[in-house]
Design a protein around this ligand. Structure first.
Ligand code: FAS
Ligand code: PHB
Length: 396
């Protein structure tokens, strides 16, 4: 079969790219390894930057987001005896919206359905061919066992960290930067109204904790645990006790409400960047090219920024035969990727405790500085809530 753009991976990056291309009348074929329910069942990101909300609104897929999303003016930074509110709207005039990645993915799947374009779920053994030519193709075995090949003008690798796209680029043409952290997040979904109006990022000698949410009736919470932690060692009671301790239950009369826990998982923490994000007619976007620790709430937002730039490049390439944006894509996307990689590392390093007393004193000093200096608070706000899609950063 033939199409204009073959997209490997139907997570948020692949689905949004398909939608943005369709808005420009560009046809795509989506090739996804899993079932729609499996993709929707993955509990992941929760916070959308204002630039992400703008992209989704302009693309006509923001209606439920505006109806059900929870707009937050900022976050709380917490450490024993202190809880400090950072007001992003006051600092930089931007807010963030809490809207689960599952809901965003559902909205994009509905849009794909309405577009009536071809999507192959449960596709197996995806292999990319001739990616360094002007006639690349993606071969796969569809859900009925039929081997198919999609010929396209370009291939978008949106298949996440474990996908086949990044590894289809010759290793000699690729650079990888990676840092793994000695801790992980134990994430839970709790059937209990949030005990806070906005997210609480808490430093504690026992470990980091985050109180997020998904709705007025559902909380999303995370605990720092060892990288090799066994979930079986964490019964519900122990999870709630650790969350209560680290989030400051009882401090200034604040209480953490408990409820039934579901969706437990231990999430590894890593920083990972691969460059270039383009090789011939293969273009990488989202987790296929980069991974950030979730402390900065950047992963999903970076994927949105990548595909916003990529959709413009592919439109120019496919419609006008112009390669300028396609040639610039990797460098433009990587400027924002490195900015978010640094910020995610900075937030992670500030908030995750080791047993090292010197590190702890540095972290507490950094938290006090952010809480007392408008300049420092503005820097955090800019990175967390205010990065433009076309982040220019330092001239290369
Ligand atoms: P995804 O990984 O979402 O999607 C890739 C898709 O490609 C998947 O559907 C996969 O099934 C498919 N695929 C893989 N291999 C394939 C193949 N060979 N052929 C066809 N399809 C293939 N970000 C935050 O901002 N906050 C968070 O709290 C947060 N928590 C996370 C927790 C976990 C466990 C993970 C893994 C990530 C988390 N992230 C978080 C980051 C996450 O939200 C990603 O940034 C986001 O899913 C990126 O979207 P995609 O690039 O579309 O990648
Ligand atoms: C979430 O709600 O899942 C979430 C929010 C903020 C983060 C990470 C995860 O930094």
């Amino acid at each position: 079969m033939r199409t204009e753009v073959a997209i490997v991976g139907a997570g948020p990056a692949g689905l949004l790219l398909a939608h943005l291309l369709a808005q420009d009348g560009i046809e795509s074929v989506l090739i996804e390894a899993r079932t729609p329910d499996y993709v929707l069942g993955r509990l992941r990101a929760g916070v959308l930057e204002s630039s992400t909300v703008d992209v989704l609104t302009r693309a006509g897929v923001g209606e439920r987001l505006h109806r059900e999303g929870m707009e937050h003016s900022g976050i709380y930074l917490q450490w024993p005896g202190r809880r400090h509110h950072l007001d992003f709207v006051e600092l930089i005039g931007e807010s963030v919206t809490v809207y689960g990645q599952t809901e965003l993915t559902r909205d994009l799947m509905d849009a794909r359905q309405r577009a009536g374009q071809r999507s192959y779920y449960e596709a197996a053994d995806v292999v990319l061919h001739d990616i360094d030519s002007e006639a690349p193709s993606a071969a796969f075995t569809d859900a009925t066992g039929v081997r198919r090949t999609v010929h396209a003008a370009a291939i978008a690798g949106c298949d996440g960290f474990h996908g086949v796209s990044r590894t289809s680029i010759p290793a000699a043409r690729q650079r990888i930067w990676e840092r793994t952290y000695p801790y992980a997040w134990l994430g839970v979904l709790a059937a209990v109204p949030p005990s806070t109006d906005e997210l609480i990022y808490a430093w504690h000698p026992e470990g980091f904790a985050l109180h997020s949410m998904r709705s007025e009736s559902t909380s999303r919470l995370y605990l720092q645990v060892d990288a090799a932690e066994d979930l079986a060692d964490w019964p519900d009671e122990r999870i709630w006790d650790a969350l209560a301790l680290r989030l400051g239950h009882g401090q200034d009369g604040w209480e953490l409400e408990r409820g039934d826990l579901t969706g437990k998982a231990v999430l590894p923490m890593r920083s990972f960047v691969s460059a270039p994000m383009r090789y011939g007619r293969l273009f990488l976007a989202g987790d296929a090219a980069h991974i950030v620790p979730p402390t900065g709430a950047k992963g999903l937002n970076l994927a949105v920024a990548d595909v916003t730039l990529l959709s413009r490049a592919l439109r120019a390439l496919v419609r006008e035969g112009s390669t300028r944006l396609a040639d610039d894509y990797s460098e433009s996307a990587l400027r924002r990727v490195w900015r978010c990689t640094h910020f995610s590392w900075w937030m992670t390093s500030m908030l995750h405790t080791s047993r090292d007393e010197f590190d702890s004193r540095l972290q507490l000093s950094q938290l006090e500085w952010v809480a007392s200096s408008t300049a420092a608070a503005t820097g955090l706000a800019e990175n967390y809530a205010g990065l433009p899609i076309e982040f220019q950063g330092a001239p290369s």
